[in-house]
Design a protein around this ligand. Structure first.
Ligand code: PMP
Length: 349
């Protein structure tokens, strides 16, 4: 059996004095860092602490499930090095699994919608992965990322680890991310704010935190256009540019019972806040971190100065170098006024 916690979680402090056996052991053990300017500038009184998942080796929180799902499948005898894995992903799980695949000797194929950044494709290809771009259509459409991955699994005998249903997804956060947050925060946390895609991060972290801190308030962040916050509401077809959060179905790993409150996010506020986090906190996060920050501004405004709110920043600016941090891209997508001074990238659709 693999150990319950990622090695880096068990040795978050000691690891810098040791030589690790491979890069996968450097996954997890990310810092918790106090935010000193952005919350204050928006009138937040409580302390805000960022869990910096953008500092993982592959650049996101999803490195953790890449390590865990492969380790679990190996332990059960389902896969062995040399096999081909396939996974539908908005990119970060693809990168996380590609890290494990490259380090351990698996072939890796990822299906990813055209909406997602070219930077993610380039990173996956650098790791030896084949990326299949699919249109952004409903999850049950035959051309969706999930349908194409399932079809290739059935036709070619590839192994689908399936982040939407694999317990290793939330378990990696229950055993790892949540334990780190509790230790780093000395068990003092009043609220935690987490964006949801598969819902694995929020489910795994919230389950552990609620066991240890029954009074904690768990806030989920979900983009306008997604149904995770309210699956009973009629689906609205509002496209959005933030990557990695929101879905048009509730994945099996998303256990909504642990979420006390949902905040809806929009592109403009998300990208503006992500850029503010770059410029004022020097934390080089991605767009969904801005969405999570929006969740903090909405949900933590009534917390007092002695209270503490943790926010998870899932991925890195590297994934979006030619997108929202680029002024031309923001103008092209109507997020800023001005004149485009050169062509933008990522015009795949
Ligand atoms: N932000 C980004 C950038 C992501 O890639 C993901 C994963 N899809 C999330 C947030 C949400 O994580 P989860 O799938 O665990 O809900």
């Amino acid at each position: 059996m693999p150990s319950e916690q990622a090695p880096a979680t068990q040795t978050a402090i000691a690891r810098h004095t040791n030589v690790l056996n491979n890069i996968l052991e450097a996954v997890g053990g990310t810092p918790c860092v106090r935010m000193n300017r952005v919350p204050q500038d928006h009138g937040i009184k409580c302390e805000v602490i960022a869990k910096c998942e953008f500092m993982n080796p592959g650049g996101s929180v999803k490195d953790r499930i890449g390590v865990r799902m492969v380790a679990d499948a190996e332990a059960s005898g389902r896969i062995k090095p040399g096999d081909t894995l396939i996974e539908p992903s908005s990119g970060n799980t693809g990168i996380g699994l590609s890290l494990s695949a490259a380090a351990k000797g698996y072939k890796m194929i990822v299906t990813m919608p055209t909406k997602m950044s070219q930077e993610k494709t380039i990173v996956m290809e650098a790791l030896g992965t084949e990326v299949i771009r699919v249109p952004l259509v409903a999850y049950d459409h035959p051309d969706s990322l999930i349908s194409v991955a399932k079809r290739l699994e059935a036709e070619k005998g590839y192994h689908l680890l399936d982040q939407y249903a694999n317990p290793g997804n939330p378990n990696s956060h229950y055993d790892g991310t949540a334990e780190e947050i509790l230790a780093q925060c000395d068990n003092k946390i009043d609220m935690i704010v987490i964006g949801a895609g598969t819902g694995g991060t929020i489910t795994g972290i919230a389950k552990k935190l609620k066991e240890r801190l029954p009074n904690i308030i768990v806030v989920g962040v979900d983009p306008v256009g997604s149904i995770l916050a309210d699956p009973s509401a009629p689906a609205e077809n509002t496209p959005y540019q933030v990557e990695g959060i929101g879905y048009d179905f509730v994945p099996k790993v998303c256990d909504r019972q642990y979420v006390d409150r949902w905040v809806k996010s929009r592109d403009k506020e998300s990208f503006d806040l992500a850029r503010e986090i770059h410029a004022k906190e020097a934390m080089l996060c991605g767009g969904s971190s801005g969405s999570a920050m929006w969740g903090v501004l909405e949900a933590a405004k009534d917390l007092e100065a002695h209270q503490r709110c943790v926010v998870v920043f899932p991925d890195n600016i590297r994934n979006y170098m030619t997108k929202f941090p680029d002024r031309n891209w923001r103008i092209e997508y109507g997020l800023e006024e001005g004149e485009i001074t050169r062509p933008t990238y990522n015009q795949l659709e």
